[in-house]
Design a protein around this ligand. Structure first.
Ligand SMILES: Nc1ncnc2c1ncn2[C@@H]1O[C@H](COP(=O)(O)OP(=O)(O)O)[C@@H](O)[C@H]1O
Ligand SMILES: [Mg+2]
Length: 222
């Protein structure tokens, strides 16, 4: 279970403090596909970054499997990010100097989740699963934006996360590629039973979710 309670995030800006997330409550049952929709600037990415352990809230709590993740020490928080969360970002996020397969294997190597041969074996399997068999040795700049996003999904899955966070993963892709990436994410959600939280502007895609959450001005709109 993923539960956000009275979650708050405030940014310091030139014109003073700006409250991007203002007392947000959200429950996502395990394994559920939840779509998050809302206007640009409504706080969606801020919410995802807090759930992903990347950005510390200014108030409230995020409970995952009974633990308040922002109450964890640095080491446990790093382990949470590495082991429990798979994050697919809005834009290209692969490291350009590494081959596709190195990018996918990296989280398993960094977290010492798997020994090197196993990490590479699993990275290869995941690349096959996302249809990138032939591009394992390519560099990110040598594959298309859609293929890069698939590689990012494979990377997000390498440590078998319980929660897959995808923040507008298809916003910059054409419609057909968007559909392919979405089909892949939904398949992963069904096959691995990982909770999928997807931020999207695409209402047709959101309609396929088991739950749709609307965010308005940093809160869940009812
Ligand atoms: N690092 C930051 N510093 C200052 N303001 C920020 C920062 N990140 C986001 N914001 C502001 O917070 C609001 C919510 O941003 P964000 O969570 O990215 O919304 P969304 O993903 O829904 O578009 C926006 O008004 C944005 O400008
Ligand atoms: Mg955003």
């Amino acid at each position: 279970m993923l539960s956000c309670r009275d979650l708050k995030k405030t940014y310091a800006t030139a014109s003073g403090a700006f409250a991007a997330v203002r007392g947000l409550d959200l429950d996502v049952p395990p394994g559920r596909f939840t779509a998050v929709i809302g206007r640009s600037g409504s706080g969606k990415s801020s919410l995802m970054a807090m759930i992903g352990g990347l950005s510390r809230p200014d108030g409230g709590s995020i409970m995952v499997d009974g633990a308040d993740i922002w109450g964890l020490g640095e080491r446990d928080l790093a382990s949470y990010r590495n082991r429990k969360i798979g994050y697919v970002f809005q834009f290209a996020s692969l490291l350009p100097a590494l081959r596709v397969i190195d990018n996918v294997a990296l989280p398993a190597l960094l977290g010492r989740a798997l020994p090197r041969p196993e990490a590479y074996a699993r990275a290869g399997e995941l690349l096959a699963h996302v249809g990138l068999n032939d591009h394992a040795d390519a560099y990110p700049s040598e594959i298309s934006a859609g293929e890069q996003r698939r590689a990012a999904i494979a990377r997000a899955l390498i440590n078998r996360p319980n929660i897959l966070l995808a923040d507008e993963p298809t916003a910059d892709l054409d419609e057909k590629t968007e559909r392919e990436i979405m089909t892949l994410l939904i398949e992963v959600n069904r096959e691995t039973r990982a909770t999928l939280v997807l931020v999207t502007h695409n209402l047709a895609l959101a309609a396929e979710a088991q739950e749709v959450v609307h965010i308005e001005n940093g809160r869940i709109a009812t």
